[in-house]
Design a protein around this ligand. Structure first.
Ligand code: G3H
Ligand code: 13P
Ligand code: ZN
Length: 311
């Protein structure tokens, strides 16, 4: 099956009360682990690439790795640009064959966010590509942007209708308390999401696909393995999975996961070296990382997203 856009995927997810996992990729083993999991669970997938990932792997390599993933499976796969910083970044991804892009102009004032998003939508739609936009700001670290917790702001439901009407975007990322990275809450702090905002946005935009960024759960068993085998990730805390499950039954159709993949890979590799100090063939430890990614993604698909058997 060739690469697809997320249009049909999101329609089915909205109706079916589940979400599609959007997994960040930057190397072959991660892509293989995700795609093997998606294939075995018969789940649609979004493979997303950040600007940092494109720079790290070389856009040509990543594009061909994703095309190889598509060629070796029969599940619907979207190739998505994550956090496109401006029109040029989105244009470059669209020209390169991406079927979906995110324009993240959420740090600009409302009117400017609309203008920038509108320009990307016009270019993308002319070429059959869909656009995710963002309103509100998440805390945490992305490649180029570091938003301090005090500068983060929740999405205002009052703004979503005007924004989606004026921009023509196809999906909308909102801020309800998730954040990027592996340190989302402080120890002792009760993890909370603003489900009231999500519910209100859902009422104002019936049928419209909502996206959650910063939605890793930071599995504590994996963090414990990292710390046991020489790592140092004290107080890494994520979003409880039951909250994500609940969001997936509401208007949320796309859930972004990156940090959990990183944690799973790192735990597998640290354990591998601790148990096999004589190993030096990358296939041995990267093979373990790939298996760990596959196991994590299967768990997400079945127990969190609910997207199994929906391909
Ligand atoms: O939200 C950002 C993603 O986690 C990508 O991270 O920019 O370090 O590749 P990155
Ligand atoms: P996490 O850091 O929670 O995995 O979020 C990833 C993300 O939102 C990518 O855009
Ligand atoms: Zn994000």
């Amino acid at each position: 099956m060739p690469l697809v856009t997320s249009t049909e995927m999101f329609k089915k997810a909205y109706k079916g009360g589940y979400a599609v996992g959007a997994f960040n990729v930057n190397n072959m083993e991660t892509i293989q682990g995700i795609v093997e999991a998606g294939q075995e669970c018969k789940s649609p997938l979004i493979l997303q690439v950040s600007a940092g990932a494109r720079k790290y792997a070389n856009p040509v390599y990543l594009k061909h790795l994703i095309e190889a993933a598509v060629e070796t499976t029969d599940i619907p796969i979207v190739m998505h640009l994550d956090h496109g910083a401006d029109f040029e970044a989105c244009k470059s991804a669209i020209d390169d064959g991406f079927t979906s892009v995110m324009i993240d102009a959420s740090h600009h004032a409302f009117a400017e966010n609309i203008e920038i998003t509108k320009k990307v939508v016009a270019y993308a739609h002319d070429r059959g590509v869909v656009v995710e936009a963002e309103l509100g700001q998440l805390a945490g670290i992305e490649d180029a942007v570091n938003v301090k917790a005090e500068d983060a702001c929740f999405t205002h439901p009052d703004e979503v209708c005007e924004f989606t009407e004026k921009t023509g975007c196809d999906s909308l990322a909102i801020a309800i308390g998730t954040s990027h990275g592996a340190y989302k809450f402080k120890p002792g702090q009760k993890p909370q999401l603003r489900f009231d905002i999500l519910e209100e946005v859902g009422k104002r935009l019936p049928g419209f696909p909502i996206v959650l960024h910063g939605a890793s759960s930071v599995p504590q068993d994996k963090v414990a393995i990292i710390n046991q085998f020489g790592g140092k990730m004290p107080d890494a805390i994520g979003i409880p999975e039951e909250m994500l499950r609940k969001a997936a039954t509401m208007a949320v159709c796309k859930i972004n996961i990156d940090s959990d993949l990183r944690v799973a890979c790192t735990a597998a590799i640290r354990k591998h070296f601790a148990e096999h100090p004589d190993h030096f063939d990358p296939r041995q430890y990267l093979g373990d990382a790939r298996a760990a990614v596959k196991e994590l993604v299967k768990h997400k698909i079945v127990d969190v997203l609910g997207s199994d058997n929906k391909a």
